[in-house]
Design a protein around this ligand. Structure first.
Ligand SMILES: Cc1cc2nc3c(=O)[nH]c(=O)nc-3n(C[C@H](O)[C@H](O)[C@H](O)COP(=O)(O)OP(=O)(O)OC[C@H]3O[C@@H](n4cnc5c(N)ncnc54)[C@H](O)[C@@H]3O)c2cc1C
Length: 408
């Protein structure tokens, strides 16, 4: 075994990147994280940290902080096109009654990223406002050129740079080979909480195949609007052109009533617009030579599964753990990471289409069924899930690497 610390370059500082940096550092590696944005991107939308990812967070010592920062799912209110009430379900009450809240938090993506960054920033080098431009592999390592920073050599490179990963494009080629488009498009943006929602989500049922949610996750002045719609032909637009995306969204929802026109007015001035296809990434393999992918870059499950961040954190822990077991043989470690984790990922990815078709029904009958059956279904899913998780503690499924790693 070599006695120099392995230098690992991680592209992306959201959920997967900083989690991996934490564990690599703890296992004796020297990680550097490069992030294209000028700082950790705050705000965004609420995401979940569940089960084994909760265990990873506990082992990192950040679980109490995540619990403090968590958002509240609260009440889910189904209303008609003119805001007439249809049904409601108290999701918070359900998770409390099943004790799921012991190992499941919902938190703003930006808050999670900030906690992970704060946990690592004193020990890990972060380079903001930059991106990998090229890499060249050799026996000695990987020569990296950046857009701004001077060229450097690393032992390994990890792509944790999301659905549209630059590392994946450089190492494996065009994204289209790996993207599985679900036929849905999504847009999320921040608005003023002018509806005075207090920890509640309103689901507006206008037209089949088009769903609008308005949500205030913390009951403060901040709220978010989410638009999801069926889009059989994938939209073509410039991913970096916000104005074009706003025009597209406004035209697609121009036929909607109730608050939708007002929400679309707020769209014009929102500071944080997210606009993307609901897509999965499926790859034969996540690694090539000294390059490996992690999180959405490798296996994006698509946002409707609610598992993206959970899979990003578990994957980071397993990847770091396997690297620590054979620090001089990264290929063997990548192989074991993939073998251990791919079946778990594939199981979650399979849930996408049925979930999407139920959540965004394409027919009036489907809408009726969703509105009336969703509260019952939530009970039917969450209550047994709580019982199963109580009987089979989730932590037993996650191998512990802390005491087995090779100290470099
Ligand atoms: C609307 C919405 C709702 C969601 N809801 C949930 C949910 O309820 N539960 C859940 O678990 N998941 C949810 N997700 C998914 C979740 O956000 C992602 O799966 C998760 O954030 C994946 O983390 P990641 O670190 O792999 O990638 P990302 O969070 O996508 O982060 C990638 C990072 O890489 C950076 N980057 C990109 N390109 C480059 C480059 N060239 N160079 C350097 N840096 C780069 C980006 O700026 C970003 O910081 C949702 C997603 C969306 C969009």
């Amino acid at each position: 075994m070599s006695n120099t610390k392995k230098q690992v370059l991680i592209s992306g500082a959201s959920v997967a990147g900083p989690t991996l940096a934490y564990w690599l550092k703890r296992f004796g590696f020297e990680p550097t994280v490069v992030e294209r944005a000028p700082q950790i991107r705050a705000g965004g939308y609420p995401i979940d940290v569940r089960y084994e990812a909760a265990e990873v967070a506990m082992r990192m010592g950040i679980w109490p902080r995540l619990q403090r920062e968590q958002t509240t799912l609260g009440k889910l209110v189904f209303v008609g096109a003119h805001h007439q009430p249809i049904n409601e379900v108290n999701v918070q009450g359900l998770t409390k009654s099943t004790e799921l809240e012991r190992f499941w938090v919902e938190i703003m993506r930006g808050d999670l990223a900030c906690v992970l960054y704060e946990q690592t920033k004193d020990d890990v080098e972060y380079i903001f406002s930059d991106s990998i431009q090229t890499f060249t592999e050799s026996e000695e390592g990987v020569e990296i050129t950046f857009e701004h920073t001077s060229p450097r050599r690393f032992d390994l490179v990890v792509g944790a740079d999301g659905l549209h990963s630059q590392v994946r494009a450089l190492a494996f080629g065009d994204e289209a080979q790996f993207e599985h488009y679900s036929s849905y498009q999504v847009s999320v943006f921040g608005i003023d909480n002018y509806l005075k929602l207090d920890r509640a989500t309103i689901l507006v049922n206008g037209v089949p195949g088009k769903q609008v949610y308005v949500r205030s996750p913390k009951g403060d002045g901040v709220a978010g609007a989410m638009f999801i719609w069926k889009q059989p032909q994938k939209l073509r637009y410039d991913r970096h052109n916000r104005e074009e995306q706003k025009r597209l969204l406004a035209s697609i929802f121009a036929d909607q009533q109730w608050e939708v026109p007002k929400l679309l007015e707020q769209l014009q001035t929102t500071p944080d617009l997210y606009f993307d296809s609901v897509s999965q990434i499926r790859m034969e393999t996540w690694h090539r030579g000294r390059i490996v992918l992690l999180g959405d870059a490798a296996y994006c499950p698509a946002l409707l599964t609610g598992y993206g961040s959970t899979l990003a954190m578990i994957g980071a822990y397993i990847l770091a753990g396997e690297l620590s077991a054979t620090p001089d043989d990264c290929r063997a470690a990548f192989q074991r990471y993939e073998q251990a984790f791919k079946p778990y990922v594939e199981k979650e990815q399979k849930k996408l289409q049925s979930g999407a078709d139920f959540l965004i029904p394409g027919t009036p009958l489907g809408l009726w069924a969703r509105n009336h059956l969703a509260p019952m279904l939530a009970r039917a899913v969450l209550v047994p899930e709580g019982i199963v998780r109580r009987l089979h503690p989730w932590s037993s499924m996650l191998k512990s690497y802390e005491n087995t790693q090779t100290v470099l």
